[in-house]
Design a protein around this ligand. Structure first.
Ligand SMILES: [Zn+2]
Length: 435
C-alpha cells in the first residue's frame, strides 16, 4: 500500500448539472492498495487509519486523474500538422497515404509504440482509439497496449468504397477479420473492442450491416458524424433514403449507449434527439475542428437535448495528444460563439478531460476520478519552479484558480509522472514502456 500526499484534485460530480463548484473536490491524500484507491481524505486521517504505511509526497503542482481521450487515430501519430486543408482534401492528400503505410506490420509496430508512448507522456491513461484499416496493425496496437497497461478500446477500421483502393475491404472480409480480432482482444485485461466504420461515406449499407452483426458480441462502436459541410452533403447523396447523417447509422442499429460519435458539429435537432434517446455520446475534438475549419461545436444544444459529450484529440488532425490543450480550445470556441456558446469554468475543463470521458466510454465505475474503489490512474502536473506555469501556480488564489492556470499554460513537459493502476511510469522511460 502507498499513501500519496499533495494537492489532489478531481471532479466526482458533474459540473454541467448544477453549480460547477459543487462538482470539484480536493483532498490532501489518497491511499492505494494493489492499484486500487482504498481511501481519500486528509494525510493525518489516512496516516492514522493506515499506520506504518509508506507515504509518497508530491510537493507542489497538482495530482489529477489520468486524462481520457475519446477520439484519437493511432495510424496518424506521424502525420500531425497537415494544415491548410478541409476534411476531405486532408484525408486524401495527408492522412490516408500515411494510413496505407500500416499495411507493413513492422511499420505498424513502430507506429503503435510512438502512439502509446505519446499518450503516456501526455498523461492520457484511457482512450477510445480509431484503429488501422489492417488487421495485423491492430494486433500490434493491442499487443503493445496490453504491455503498456493503458485502458484502450479500439478496433479495425472498415470501409468498402470511395477511399483509396488499398484501404478497402469487402464486407465479408471485414466480418472475418473483425471477428478474429474480437476473439483475440475484447475484454482482455484493460482492452476492449470497438466496431469502427470510418464513416458512412466510405461504408455501404452491406458494410454497416456487418457492423451491426459484430455489435452482437457486446463490443463498442465508434465512427464520425456531421464533421464538415461537404461531407454531410456527400453522405446525403449516398443514402437517398436516410433522413439525416445520423440516420445512416441508426437504421442499422449502430446508435446505442455503447456508441461514441466524433465531431457532430452540424447536427439537426432531430439528430440530437436520436442521440439522446439511444444514450449515445459525442466526442468533441476542438483543435481538429479549428485546424480543418470544420466549424464550431454546438455544446449548448447538445446539453439542452441531454446528449453527453467528452473530449477527443483527433490526432492527426488535432494539435497533439495533450487533453488539457483540447479543453482550453473547447473553452476558446465557446467564448467566441457569443450567445450560442457556453461559459466553461476550470471545473468543466477538468471534468471534460477526465470523468466525462470515463462516462462516455462506460468506464466510470473504474476510472475518471479518485473515488474509493477506482483504479489509481493519475497524472502529476508539476511545472519547473521558474516556468511561467510554475510562477502562476505560486500566485493562484485557490484550487479553481490553479486549475485555470494549468489549463491555460500546461504542456506535456509539465507531466512529472503518470500512474497506471498504481504503477508509476517515470518520464524518460515512458516511450520505452509502451514498446
Ligand atoms: Zn477522427
Amino acid at each position: 500500500m502507498t499513501i500519496y500526499a499533495g494537492t489532489i484534485v478531481d471532479t466526482p460530480g458533474d459540473p454541467f448539472d448544477g453549480d460547477p463548484a459543487d462538482a470539484l473536490a480536493e483532498v490532501g491524500a489518497v491511499c492505494v492498495r494493489e492499484g486500487i484507491i482504498c481511501g481519500r481524505g486528509t494525510l493525518a486521517a489516512l496516516r492514522a487509519e493506515y499506520a506504518g504505511e509508506p507515504v509518497t509526497q508530491l510537493p507542489d503542482g497538482m495530482l489529477v486523474p489520468g486524462f481520457i481521450d475519446t477520439h484519437v487515430h493511432f495510424p496518424q501519430i506521424r502525420a500531425i500538422g497537415g494544415l491548410g486543408m478541409p476534411l476531405l482534401d486532408w484525408l486524401e492528400r495527408h492522412a490516408l497515404p500515411e494510413e496505407s503505410r500500416l499495411a507493413d506490420q513492422a511499420y505498424a509496430r513502430e507506429v503503435a509504440g510512438d502512439f502509446l508512448g505519446g499518450l503516456l507522456a501526455s498523461g492520457t491513461t484511457s482512450a477510445l482509439v480509431f484503429g488501422s484499416h489492417f488487421a495485423p496493425a491492430m494486433d500490434e496496437l493491442f499487443g503493445a497496449a496490453e504491455r503498456s497497461g493503458l485502458n484502450i478500446t479500439s478496433g479495425l477500421v472498415v470501409s468498402d468504397r470511395i477511399l483509396r483502393p488499398d484501404l478497402l475491404r469487402t464486407p465479408r472480409a471485414a466480418l472475418a477479420d473483425s471477428t478474429d480480432l474480437i476473439g483475440r482482444w475484447h475484454d482482455r485485461g484493460r482492452l476492449r473492442y470497438a466496431v469502427t466504420p470510418r464513416f458512412s461515406l466510405s461504408a455501404s449499407n452491406e458494410m454497416l450491416d456487418v457492423c451491426a452483426q459484430l455489435l452482437e458480441a457486446g463490443v463498442w462502436f465508434t465512427s464520425h458524424v456531421n464533421e464538415n459541410a461537404a461531407e454531410v452533403a456527400m453522405v446525403a447523396g449516398l443514402f437517398p433514403g436516410a433522413r439525416h447523417y445520423l440516420d445512416t447509422y441508426r437504421r442499422h442499429g449502430l446508435v446505442t449507449k455503447r456508441s461514441v460519435f466524433a465531431h457532430n458539429i452540424h447536427p439537426s435537432d432531430v439528430e440530437l434527439a436520436v442521440l439522446a434517446e439511444h444514450g449515445a455520446c459525442v466526442a468533441h475534438c476542438p483543435t481538429s475542428n479549428c485546424a480543418l475549419g470544420s466549424g464550431m461545436f454546438p455544446l449548448r444544444r447538445h446539453l439542452a437535448h441531454g446528449v453527453s459529450i467528452a473530449l477527443g484529440s483527433d490526432v492527426g488532425a488535432g494539435a497533439g495528444l495533450f487533453l488539457p490543450k483540447e479543453a482550453l480550445q473547447a473553452y476558446f470556441i465557446q467564448q467566441i460563439m457569443g450567445p450560442d456558446g457556453m461559459n466553461l469554468t476550470p471545473v468543466h475543463l477538468l471534468y471534460l478531460a477526465t470523468r466525462a470521458g470515463a462516462r462516455a466510454l462506460g468506464l466510470d465505475d473504474r476510472v475518471g476520478d479518485f473515488s474509493v474503489g477506482k483504479d489509481f490512474d493519475a497524472v502529476w502536473l508539476r511545472p519547473n519552479p521558474g516556468s511561467t506555469l510554475g510562477v502562476n501556480l505560486t500566485y493562484a488564489r485557490d484550487t479553481t484558480d490553479a486549475l485555470a492556470r494549468i489549463f491555460t499554460l500546461a504542456t506535456p513537459a509539465d507531466v512529472a509522472d503518470v500512474w497506471i493502476r498504481g504503477v508509476a511510469r517515470q518520464g524518460p522511460s515512458l516511450s520505452e514502456a509502451a514498446r
